[in-house]
Design a protein around this ligand. Structure first.
Ligand SMILES: *Cc1c(COP(=O)(O)O)cnc(C)c1O
Length: 240
């Protein structure tokens, strides 16, 4: 199987799930997560038609992104999907177009300041830890609909982040537990969507994008309302 065969298969799967869920496949953006993959492999995905690429480490992106951008025939949008350490935040610029993994007020403030110094605005999503796993990054959102203290601090943080002058918050991102039962995974995605709906009305922050679903669970995420899925292994093969 080539990378372009894999992409075709993922796109067919997206179409099939959308047909079942009564959704339009045009609503779903496929982000190919190219971490640990070579420039040549990434270019294969771009030549096969993909325009959205994701990396989870700033330094790895700094190495590959300029090469891919120079050699790619069409324009590519780069998504940062992994945790960004504060001291590396400045290197997000000018490589990444979207930071999906804004997981603290501190990082948000820093990115806004850095964007302002560059006379630009940075598109960002808020990463929410809905599953409650200690190993996951994200603003605390476990059980947000049952626990008022979680909801209050989340609302406060999101309002402060949304007010930052040089960040344009466009959506929410989450990761489901890796090897949980389908019901538990579905619950995480449904919770993120409900959170988005409630934040949008109560905080008046438009959050059109819901980035959720990876190789193992993107079919569930689409059924639960994902507008963006982040797929690595199903496109590029297993990572070693
Ligand atoms: C690696 C990664 C993905 C893609 O995972 P696959 O299982 O390879 O599809 C998606 N999102 C994030 C944040 C990642 O780090």
């Amino acid at each position: 199987m080539t990378i372009s065969d894999n992409i075709k298969r993922v796109e067919d799967c997206i179409a099939a799930v959308c047909a079942r869920a009564d959704r339009d496949p045009a609503e779903i953006t496929l982000v190919a997560v190219s971490k640990q993959k070579t420039v040549a492999e990434i270019l294969e995905a771009v030549e096969a038609g993909l325009q959205h690429l994701g990396e989870n480490r700033v330094e790895e992106g700094m190495g590959k992104i300029p090469q891919v951008n120079e050699l790619a025939s069409g324009g590519v949008t780069w998504h940062m999907v992994g945790h960004v350490q504060s001291r590396k935040a400045k290197h997000v610029f000018p490589y990444f177009d979207i930071v999906q993994s804004v997981d603290s007020l501190k990082l948000a403030k820093r990115l806004s300041r850095l964007a302002g110094e560059r006379n630009r605005s940075l598109t960002a999503f808020l990463e929410i830890n809905v599953s409650g796993e200690a190993s996951k990054y994200g603003l605390a959102g476990y059980n947000w609909y049952r626990d008022n203290s979680i909801k209050d601090s989340l609302w406060t943080e999101v309002a402060l982040i949304a007010a930052l002058p040089h960040l344009a918050i466009k959506g929410l991102m989450t990761m489901a537990p890796f090897d949980a039962e389908e019901q538990a995974i579905r619950r995480v995605f449904a919770d993120l969507r409900a959170l988005r709906d409630e934040m949008t009305t109560q905080l008046q922050v438009p959050l059109p994008e819901l980035s959720m679903g990876m190789t193992n669970d993107y079919h569930i995420a689409i059924e639960e309302g994902a507008t963006m899925i982040r797929v690595g292994r199903a496109i590029f093969g297993e990572r070693v």
